[in-house]
Design a binder for this molecule. Sequence first.
Ligand SMILES: O=C1O[C@H](COP(=O)(O)O)[C@@H](O)[C@H](O)[C@H]1O
Length: 223
Amino acid sequence: MNIIEYADRELAAIDLANVIAGDLESALFTHDRASLAVPGGTTPGPIFDVLCAADLDWSRVHVFATDERWVPQNDPRSNAGLIASRLLTGRAAAATLLPFYAPAQEPESVLPEIEAQLAPELPVSVLLLGMGVDMHTASLFPGVAGLAEALSEDAPVLSVLRPEGVPETRVSLSAWVLNGAMSKHLVIFGADKRAALERARKLSPEEAPVRAVLDEMTIHWAE
Ligand SMILES: O=C1O[C@H](COP(=O)(O)O)[C@@H](O)[C@H](O)[C@H]1O
């Protein structure tokens, strides 16, 4: 596990956006198109603000969330909504967004269709993950029902999880999909997340799901 420490969050966002742009450029050099999976939540917005201006052939980039809250894209909690407004703008407006949400009460009925759209995008060319202080990554939450399957090699591409105390059903790329990415980055800001990551390294993936995806991961951290 390679940890890069930045002087502050602004520098981290600039640097990390440049690293991701470089990884995408390399992927596009050898392939017709590249896939980029990015987190939602509060952390990635400033990274998206820089990345969207990268001078890339964005028309060959397909973007999707690492995980989604089961809400329509115009809901403020939608990860796809965040990606559409903060990343697919400027030069990156030419990229294609593959949303996980479809209008259905619960995801199970439409999941096969969404997975079929994702299949040609795998392995993920460039992965950016976030992490919560509870050591969840994507929507793989500690102790959630269905976690063991989502962590297993036999899991479907997308796992459905219903964490307690979280307002909506989650859909998440399963651990093997995250792990199989060609280039893997995890961004964490704050001393509490850094301590949580150190704790996670000594725990099992069931206790600390982020532990399941740390192989060949570059961690980007700022206070
Ligand atoms: O629920 C989620 O949380 C994590 C971490 O979010 P943050 O607000 O602490 O940055 C995020 O990586 C994930 O994609 C999101 O759905």
